[in-house]
Design a protein around this ligand. Structure first.
Ligand code: NOJ
Length: 723
């Protein structure tokens, strides 16, 4: 957590010496101020509890005025004047919303990831917030799980890069700065692997999976200096993470060296009772504290249970003091003792806010993945006179916010309708929703289809409501909800008869299972939730003002039965072979995804040739240079993203089919040719041997570079490791 100045350390010692047990427990307690996205307020609190020191931390307090007033009570009216830590879920923006993390990952641009976190931090800090419960680093290969939208997607390597970028963005160069906020890496660990994608369900995987897949993003966050970590709600092989001393104390703290604050998830300490590992709040509190959880979020277990736990000898005063010390250190590092009002002190200028919205529009457009465009229906012609804009997401500004909206109001979001009107002022936009997002009412379908008669093109906005992904939003049928398919099929049929294109834009927090739409639409876009400038961002893509450059950060299944589906799976002793029924395949579906990880088209075409690997034989300390020639063969400027995969051909542990080791981008004018260089430090090729110790095994491996994880799209070279 960085070193404290001597006077800061002395202040913490002095405070600890003066605190009563109740005041100590107050520092270990976080209570909710209001109801926000995260669920009902479980334990009410009063300002008196802040004054008496029984509450030392708050979440869900929105507005600089309110934050300042609560801070004033803590600092000026409580006995010891310890400042409050005020936290909020600032996940993809605060007042200005950016696309949610999974959509942002589609940019494959760590600098952009950092930048949006920086802007979110500045905006939240201006509202008096000192800590965000982000980044969410749960690798997940299960689109049924609604929270897949909040994280890095299927790749641990991406999770590591995302962790570094977001921690740097939120925390800035100096955690004490008035525009920096503490980051919380969550949810430690493996939440993305809940059974059958069902929210809050049990998790069970091997220690190898833990160390290869679920842990690395957290290790990266710790290395980047993350201030806090939140254990997951879930259990791992029967031990709830909130009470998992092995993972929290031994692995996270001792092995990874994390010395920051552990903050429980919402009510998770009390939920140890429902998990069946604690009889009452006293035992629950003792289990969590002993596992190393410093702050109890809203359950009141520490406040009400720890005094008795202490009396019974279930915890020691030294353990309580250790946690209080960590909380006080964090408050010190945030500069709260120096000036508790530094955040929330200055209003942001109109120019800053306008620039932030400009950024939101740019990031929004850059997050939209062009999944198909077989007849080049996109971009739409600038001279369109009549455009039918159909579907329940076409005029749904509030839905554009996505799963976490912090302090953003629905009426500050730009709908697709508003965006298209601004983009085609000369055109008539004929709009009808046709159906509701999830309702059973199909009475509007005929009227919507009729609008195709007069139109030159159709834009069909389909998908999920914002609350259908995120927390508590698992779906057993991750498809188009309600009667949207019926609407889409009727529209497609009419459009075919009239020979006009239908461009389908999917709004969702997960890949949706829509092979029928992918094969019938003239073009298909994964728009995710593009954030507050959604309509403008989508219009930028539709008009061709921006060329799509995003890539899907997650494999799109063809069928629910393929889940979990991901590029990093291991092979088989009987690999899929269409001619052999005793091979690893389905008898009723392809093994392949509908769209592979990394897939995404643009308005131009790139060819890649001439892969060079230098040196071709390398030792552990070397960095290998990998070059590939890229040519823009189309007639527009565009940006190509290439992925560097490795396939270890042999090892004592069966290697994954593909391992991601890098991303590179190159922007080229029409007809231009360039060389993209990727760097691969050989040390990064260490894998976990049979005993889970890192090893670098000698031998040959394949170096694969290309635009997606689809094997057919990759150029292959060889590298020999001499170790
Ligand atoms: C529950 C969620 O699991 C967590 O991600 C969030 O930070 C907390 N609620 C606080 O809102």
């Amino acid at each position: 957590m960085g070193t404290l100045k001597p006077q800061e350390a002395r202040r913490i010692d002095a405070l600890l010496g003066r605190m009563s047990l109740a005041e100590k427990l107050g520092q270990l307690t976080m209570m909710a101020a209001t109801h926000t996205v995260t669920g009902p307020v479980i334990t009410g609190h009063s300002t008196d509890d802040i004054r008496s020191g029984r509450i030392g931390n708050l979440l869900n307090l929105i507005g600089a005025g309110a934050a300042r007033e609560m801070q004033r009570v803590a600092v000026e009216e409580s006995r010891l004047g310890v400042p409050l830590l005020i936290a909020l879920d600032v996940i993809h923006g605060h007042r200005t919303l950016f696309p949610p993390p999974l959509a942002e990952v589609a940019l494959f641009d760590p600098e952009a990831w950092r930048l949006t976190a920086r802007e979110a931090a500045r905006e939240a800090a201006a509202d008096g917030i000192a800590m965000t419960f982000a980044p969410m680093l749960d690798v997940s290969r299960d689109p049924r799980w609604g929270r897949i939208v909040e994280g890095p997607g299927e790749s641990a390597w991406v999770g590591r890069r995302l962790a570094e970028a977001k921690v740097r963005g939120f925390q800035g160069n100096d955690l004490a700065a008035a525009d920096s906020i503490a980051a919380v890496a969550k949810h430690f660990c493996g939440y993305g692997a809940v059974t059958a994608g069902r929210e809050y369900a049990s998790v069970d995987f091997s220690e190898r999976a833990l160390r290869e897949v679920y842990l690395p993003p957290f290790a990266a966050a710790v290395n980047a200096g993350v201030a806090a970590v939140m254990p997951a709600f879930t259990d791992l092989a029967g031990i709830p993470m909130t009470a998992h001393a092995g993972l929290l104390r031994r692995l996270l703290r001792l092995e990874l060296g994390f010395d920051g604050v552990l903050v429980s998830d919402y009510n998770a300490v009390a939920e140890l009772i429902r998990h069946g590992v604690a009889a009452d709040l006293i035992e629950a509190a003792a289990l969590a504290l002993r596992a190393g959880v410093d702050i109890d979020m809203v359950s009141g277990a520490y406040l009400h249970g720890l005094p008795a736990a202490l009396e019974r000898g279930l915890v020691s005063l030294a353990e309580i003091d250790e946690s209080v010390r960590r909380v006080l250190i964090l408050k010190t590092r945030l500069g709260l003792f120096e000036d508790p009002y530094r955040r929330g002190a200055a209003l942001e200028s109109a120019a800053t806010l306008a620039e932030r919205r400009r950024l939101a529009r740019e990031i929004g457009a850059r997050s939209i993945v062009l999944l198909t465009n077989p007849v080049e229906a996109l971009p739409l012609s600038g001279s369109l006179r009549r455009l039918a804009l159909l579907g329940p997401l076409a005029d749904a500004p509030g839905e554009m916010r996505g799963p976490w909206w912090s302090a953003a109001q629905p009426d500050t979001q730009v709908s697709v309708l508003a965006g298209l009107r601004a983009a085609w002022p000369q055109a008539r936009i004929l709009h009808a929703p046709g159906v509701e997002i999830a309702g059973e009412d199909g009475s509007g379908i005929a009227a919507a289809v009729e609008l195709c008669e007069a139109a030159e093109a159709v834009v069909l906005c389909l998908g999920e409501a914002a609350t259908m992904s995120g927390e508590a939003a698992s779906r057993a049928h991750p498809e188009l909800p309600g009667r949207q398919r019926e609407l889409a099929e009727a529209v497609l049929q009419r459009a075919r008869a009239r020979n006009i294109p239908v461009v389908a834009a999917l709004f969702s927090g997960r890949p949706l299972i829509v092979p029928w739409l992918a094969s019938q639409a003239s073009a298909l876009l994964a728009a995710w939730f593009p954030g507050c400038e959604a309509g403008h961002a989508l219009a930028d893509i539709l008009t061709g003002r921006a060329s799509p450059s995003a890539r899907t950060p997650i494999s799109w299944p063809r069928a629910v039965g393929q889940i979990p589906l991901y590029f990093g799976q291991r092979g088989s002793g009987r690999p899929a072979d269409p001619a052999n029924s005793y091979s690893s395949r389905y008898i009723d579906e392809s093994n392949e995804p509908l769209f592979a990880f990394g897939h995404g088209l643009s308005y131009t075409r790139f060819s890649i040739t001439n892969l060079r690997v230098r040196p071709e034989s390398a030792a552990a300390s070397a960095t290998v240079e990998i070059d590939v020639d890229v040519q823009n063969e189309g007639s527009r400027r565009g940006e190509e993203t290439l992925f560097l995969f490795v396939r270890r051909l042999q090892g004592r542990v069966a290697p994954p089919l593909l391992e991601l080791h890098g991303i590179g981008k190159i922007a080229l004018e029409p007809g231009a040719r360039g060389t993209l260089r990727l760097h691969l430090p050989v040390a990064e090729l260490r894998s976990l041997g049979p005993d889970l110790e890192p090893v670098l095994e000698p031998g040959e491996l394949e170096i694969l570079v290309g635009p997606s994880a689809d094997r057919a799209s990759l150029l292959a070279g060889r590298l020999t490791l001499v170790v």
